[in-house]
Design a protein around this ligand. Structure first.
Ligand code: HEC
Length: 201
C-alpha cells in the first residue's frame, strides 16, 4: 500500500491528469450548449439535454451521440468542430480549441460522467438497446522501471505514453520509458487488442 502511494506520487510528476467531466467538460457544455439543450432551460433541441446526467448518460453509448473512446464517431464532437448548417452552437462563439482539446481527451479516455464509473447503461435516445459504454479491462499491476507497482486499467496509448486509470478513477499518462519491460510489453499488447476489436465489423 505504502509503495503504491509512493509510485503514484513519483510518476505523477511526469503524468498529466485526464479530463474530468465535472471539472472540465460540464462548464463547456453549460457555456455553449445548455441554452438549447437543458431541462432547466426547458429546451430539448433534437431531443438532447446535457444537464440531466442520467439522460445524457444514456446517449453516451457506442450508438449514441458520444461514443466512448472514439472521437471520430462522436456526433457531439463533430457538430462542435464542423462549420456550416449543422454546426453547434448554431451561432455565437465557437467552442475554443482549448475546450475542444479537453473534450477530445474526455471522450478518448472513456467519456466518464463520474470518475471511475462507466457512463451509459440506460436505453439510448434512439431507443436501441443499451450496451455497456466502455468495455473495461481488468485492473492489473503496472510496474515502473524501478520496480514500483500501481494497480490500474489500460485505457489507451497516447503517443509514446500509456494512459491508465486506477480503480478510484484517477487517470494517468505514463511515458513508456518509465515502465518496466513487462509492463511495456503489456501496454503494446493491450493497444493492439483494442485496435483489433475496433476493426471487427
Ligand atoms: C441556440 C440554440 C442551440 C445551441 C446553443 C446548441 N444547439 Fe444543438 N441543436 C439546436 C437545434 C435547433 C438542433 C436541431 C437541429 C436540427 O435538427 O436540424 C440541435 C441539434 C443538435 C444535435 C443533433 C443534430 C445533429 O446534427 O446531430 C446535436 C448532437 C447537438 N445539437 C449538439 C449541440 C452541442 C454539443 C452544443 C454545444 C456545443 C449545442 N448543440 C448547442 C440548437 C442549439
Amino acid at each position: 500500500m505504502k509503495q503504491r502511494v509512493i509510485f503514484l506520487m513519483m510518476v505523477s510528476v511526469a503524468m498529466v491528469r485526464g479530463a474530468d467531466f465535472r471539472r472540465d467538460i460540464r462548464p463547456i457544455l453549460e457555456k455553449h450548449c445548455y441554452e438549447c439543450h437543458s431541462e432547466k432551460a426547458k429546451k430539448e433541441k433534437a431531443g438532447y439535454v446535457f444537464d440531466n446526467l442520467k439522460r445524457f448518460g444514456n446517449d453516451i453509448d457506442p450508438r449514441g451521440v458520444v461514443v466512448p473512446g472514439d472521437v471520430s464517431r462522436s456526433r457531439l464532437f463533430e457538430v462542435m468542430t464542423m462549420t456550416g448548417d449543422n454546426q453547434m452552437p448554431p451561432n455565437g462563439p465557437r467552442v475554443s480549441p482549448k475546450e475542444i482539446k479537453l473534450l477530445r481527451e474526455w471522450i478518448e479516455e472513456g467519456a466518464l460522467l463520474e470518475a471511475g464509473k462507466a457512463g451509459g447503461g440506460g436505453a439510448a435516445k434512439s431507443g436501441l438497446a443499451a450496451r455497456p459504454a466502455v468495455v473495461e479491462l481488468p485492473v492489473e499491476d503496472w510496474v515502473s522501471a524501478d520496480g514500483k507497482t500501481v494497480k490500474a486499467r489500460f485505457v489507451r496509448m497516447s503517443g509514446d505514453a500509456v494512459v491508465i486509470r486506477t480503480a478510484e478513477g484517477r487517470v494517468f499518462k505514463v511515458p513508456m520509458s518509465r515502465l518496466g519491460a513487462a509492463s511495456q510489453e503489456r501496454a503494446k499488447e493491450r493497444a493492439k487488442a483494442a485496435v483489433g476489436a475496433e476493426e471487427k465489423p
